[in-house]
Design a protein around this ligand. Structure first.
Ligand code: BES
Ligand code: MN
Ligand code: ZN
Length: 487
């Protein structure tokens, strides 16, 4: 998308669609009033007749208003007073839904909505992301018969928000790519495919990229990773990309779970909706999406991005409940349930990458537990950390981006749930606090590192039937968090 900033009056801007606002009482914003007076009261007449009242996110598309330069006008309700996080989201999504499929240039005047909490740059960023989302289509396995019309240029009326627009466009690109990877069928999106995509991105962006294959990991002693991967004919991989934008400073690490299909293994999952377990690599997808955004923006920060990828299958040579394996850290694990495989592939990846790169901070993202989704639904991801500063940074990145996280406990008292009489720990706790016991398991592999775990089981995908779709989350969270660190 092409961007520009316009500092004149809304009625003078040349565009295929001009977006202006009115509030809940029907009062026109300054920009809507300018359009109204240039068009002999055309807007006011529509409001007086009750065509639109100004509730947040209500829209009215008016074709060819006489007296103004733009070819259409979209009126948008802004609600009452200062927008809240929820109403702001509604407004931006309503605008995007209306304009994303208008061919050509969109000009938007949302200046009346800016507040201290949500300045113009925030509205600009959210709008660009919402347009990316509204224009997203998955076409890899079902091409569109005809390409839909698309807005491809945006004029921001108001302050110079060029930087915000550029950042948002890069975040949108990364998020859409994460959606594509998530939606890709599991016979195509295998660990090998993820490694090839990581190598392709790294070549384009100048990242270094190292792929550890299953046999190498086996030889190194990554017994937890291999215990998951060995039951599949698709070879597992741990993929490590490195971006250097800040000299020799210790890197910030992000790690994603990439189970390209989770059958549960010998602890087989029920059949209903099992297709959705292709989304069990959405953590990995968001790592790639985030690195795509980083490749576009080249911020001043060092990042190490890790993907731990395998297919979890039942097979003659698959792990069995009761197996005891030795992890790369040397700690042993009794596998009581082969469906708790995410933590097994993550623990060895964490040991390997933390040992190799000694990061300043480490954040892992994983579709780890149904329990987290039961607790938080699809609105918030679960955030687990004992590092208060890291928690604050992630919570605020979530609030700013709308890709929200909610903190759940990671207290010592929960660790005993993992006790095993045959190994250092079991891979599952009891029936209670399942999201926390999973985080407790990971904490045993990140001991001396500033680390946070984000359970994205709820937010990573949504819908049902024909609305089933990857959300691209947590790319907005991770990119916002990392860019904040760089600035
Ligand atoms: N990938 C699943 C978690 C999941 C389930 C995410 C449904 C999103 C929707 C994970 O590997 C898993 O199976 N976890 C088990 C853990 C249990 C055996 C302790 C779960 O949550 O049931
Ligand atoms: Mn599982
Ligand atoms: Zn899983």
């Amino acid at each position: 998308m092409e961007f520009s900033v316009f500092t004149g009056q809304a009625n003078e801007v040349t565009a295929d669609c001009l977006v202006v606002t009115l509030d809940q009482s029907g009062a026109l914003s300054a920009s809507a009033a300018a359009v109204d007076s240039a068009s002999n009261g055309f807007i006011k007449a529509r409001v007086d007749e009750g065509d639109i009242k100004g509730a947040p996110g209500k829209t009215l598309l008016l074709p060819a208003v006489s007296g103004i330069a733009a070819r259409r006008v979209l009126l948008v309700g802004s609600g009452e007073g200062e927008a809240s996080t929820v109403t702001a989201g509604k407004i931006v999504q309503a605008v995007a839904a209306s304009v994303a499929s208008i061919k050509g240039r969109i000009a938007v005047d949302l200046t009346a909505l800016a507040s201290e909490k949500f300045p113009q740059a925030w509205w600009a960023e959210q709008l660009v992301l919402a347009i990316h989302a509204a224009q997203y289509r998955f076409t890899a396995t079902k091409p569109e018969k005809e390409e839909a019309p698309k807005a491809d240029a945006l004029t921001w009326i108001g302050e110079d928000v060029t930087t915000a627009l550029t950042i948002a466009d890069a975040k949108g690109l990364g998020t859409s790519w994460a959606k594509d990877l998530g939606n890709m069928p599991p016979n195509i999106c295998t660990p090998t495919y993820l490694a090839e995509e990581a190598e392709r991105l790294s070549d384009e962006a100048g990242f270094s990229c190292r792929v550890y294959d299953e046999s190498e990991l086996d030889a190194m002693g990554a017994g937890a990773f291999v215990s998951v991967s060995k039951g599949s004919v698709e070879p597992g991989k741990i993929i490590i990309m490195e971006y250097k934008g800040a000299g020799d400073e210790a890197p910030h690490m992000i790690v994603g779970k990439g189970i390209t299909f989770d059958t549960g293994g010998i602890s087989l999952k029920p059949g209903a909706k099992m297709d959705e377990m292709k989304y069990d690599m959405c953590g990995a997808a968001s790592i790639l999406g985030t690195m795509k955004t980083i490749a576009e923006l080249k911020p001043a920060i060092n990042i190490v991005a890790v993907i731990t990828s395998a297919e979890n299958m039942p097979a003659g040579n698959a792990s069995k409940p009761g197996d005891v394996v030795t992890t790369l850290s040397g700690q042993t694990v009794e596998i009581l349930n082969t469906d708790a495989e995410g933590r097994l592939v993550l623990c060895d990846a964490l040991t390997l990458a933390i040992g190799e790169y000694k990061p300043q901070t480490c954040v892992d993202v994983a579709t780890l537990t149904g329990a987290c989704m039961a607790a938080l639904g699809k609105v918030n991801s679960g955030l687990f950390t004992e590092d208060e500063a890291l928690a604050t940074e992630l919570l605020s990145a979530g609030q700013y981006s709308g890709d929200r996280v909610w903190r759940l406990p990671l207290e010592e008292d929960y660790q005993a749930g993992l006790d095993s009489n045959f190994a250092d720990m079991a891979n599952i706790g009891g029936p209670l606090a399942g999201a926390t016991t999973a985080a407790c398991f990971l904490s045993r592999y990140t001991k001396d590192t500033r680390w946070a775990h984000v359970d994205i089981a709820g937010p990573a995908w949504g819908g049902d039937g024909t609305s089933k779709n990857s959300t691209g989350r947590p790319v907005p969270l991770l990119t916002t968090y990392l860019l904040n660190k760089a600035s």
